[in-house]
Ligand binder design. Structure first.
Ligand SMILES: Nc1ncnc2c1ncn2[C@@H]1O[C@H](COP(=O)(O)OP(=O)(O)OP(=O)(O)O)[C@@H](O)[C@H]1O
Ligand SMILES: [Mg+2]
Length: 370
């Protein structure tokens, strides 16, 4: 049906994880060593990569950055409850089909005039192939677009856990066989090998069959060092001391039993807000800026209340260590006592223990969280 799968001569490939990591860094995406190696393996082996982890840790961004560094087009399938074949794969373009038939109408009429008998005319029509069920009349959706593309693409299947399990059967054919079957037309085999990134927030368990076909990596909150790098990379106007303070505040908050822990995107926003506040002079008081930072970092009133209680309790505790001498206008939580939240609460959106895990054909490398 289609030309066999080939590797384009100009296709960008990466030598190893370090090579890929450097390329990603150049477009502002900061990946740790283990994660870079896993992503490199997925690209080298053309295996789909399933990224699971909390909101805002860079799952979607990885696919976008991978497309940017490889020069591939990003084809995105955003999953949601009720997603069906018509939105994921293809549907027939009825308007185009109708137009086609209307343009043929006069010619068909001339031919039909030759028949006196209605049944005979009907049989004649039924035997005609008007070409309506061919590739020309397909409205191509993301999965089919990735399969039909002559140039290799990055296919992002985002938030796959939001769809019903039935959708997974469709994904399996695409991921495992790199093909799509359309009953009226036949089977389309991939014209190039897409790099496939699937993301999940773990709201439901994905089927073992789907997991088996993917390399799997649990992307967690970054270490403070990497998060500082990310903030400075995404918001170069933020001084490293400010980035360090906001990152430290986020680290303390993530250990609390919050409804929603601050994501990296919120940390970047908070760091930007801190810079603006310092510029306007509004940041003179620690309490004033801390409250505004909490508004940028947290999205629920109950979380803000909990954080305030925790931080004010910590602030009133006897200060010790180098951070206790920090100037009052700087936001710093380094002087606060270590988090005392029990691990039981961490499942409610906290850091959850925080080690990365990779599975599926690459052994079980544990993230160095560097
Ligand atoms: N490793 C990283 N390097 C650079 N920026 C990052 C990184 N991780 C996250 N970010 C920043 O955080 C933002 C949010 O990341 P992203 O949208 O990829 O999160 P996500 O894991 O897909 O979250 P969700 O599960 O809510 O969709 C990005 O737009 C980017 O600015
Ligand atoms: Mg996402």
């Amino acid at each position: 049906m289609t030309a066999p799968l080939t590797t384009a001569p100009t296709e960008v490939r990466f030598g190893d994880g370090a090579d890929l990591s450097a390329a990603l860094r150049a477009v502002g995406y900061i990946a740790d060593d283990t994660f870079s190696v896993v992503v490199h393996l997925a690209t080298a082996l053309d295996r789909p990569l399933l990224l699971e982890g909390p909101a805002g840790v860079g799952k979607t961004e990885l696919a976008k950055s991978l497309a940017a560094v490889s020069g591939r087009k990003l084809v995105r399938l955003q999953c949601y409850e009720g997603l069906d074949d018509n939105r994921a794969l293809y549907e027939w373009d009825y308007a185009k089909q109708l137009l086609h038939v209307q343009m043929l109408r006069d010619r068909i009429g001339e031919r039909m005039a030759a028949f006196d008998d209605l049944a005979e005319a009907s049989r004649f029509l039924a035997a005609q192939d008007f070409g309506l069920y061919s590739e020309t009349f397909l409205a191509v959706r993301p999965l089919l677009e990735a399969i039909l593309s002559p140039e290799p693409v990055v296919l992002l299947v985002d938030e796959v856990d939001r769809t019903e399990e039935a959708m997974e059967a469709l994904l399996l054919e695409v991921l495992a066989e790199k093909q799509v079957t359309i009953p009226e037309v036949g089977t389309f085999t991939a014209r190039s090998a897409p790099w496939v990134i699937l993301t999940s927030n773990d709201t439901r368990e994905l089927s073992p069959a789907l997991k088996r076909r993917c390399l799997h990596y649990h992307l967690d909150y970054p270490t403070p060092e990497r998060e500082r790098d990310i903030v400075v990379s995404r918001a170069p106007e933020v001084e490293s001391a400010v980035a360090a303070d906001v990152v430290e505040l986020a680290r303390v908050l993530r250990a609390l039993p919050l409804r929603k822990s601050p994501s990296i995107a919120e940390v970047i926003d908070a760091a930007r807000a801190a810079v603006v506040l310092r510029g306007t002079g509004a940041a003179a008081g620690l309490d004033g800026i801390r409250d505004i930072l909490l508004a940028a970092l947290l999205k629920y009133t109950s979380d803000v209340d909990l954080a305030r209680t925790h931080l004010s309790g910590a602030a009133s505790a006897p200060a010790s260590g180098p951070a206790a001498t920090a100037p009052p206008e700087r936001v710093t939580v380094a002087s606060r006592p270590a988090n005392t939240t029990t691990a039981v609460f961490r499942g409610h959106g906290g850091s959850g223990g925080g080690t990365g895990r990779a599975h599926g054909g690459v052994g079980s490398a544990r993230s160095a969280r560097s």
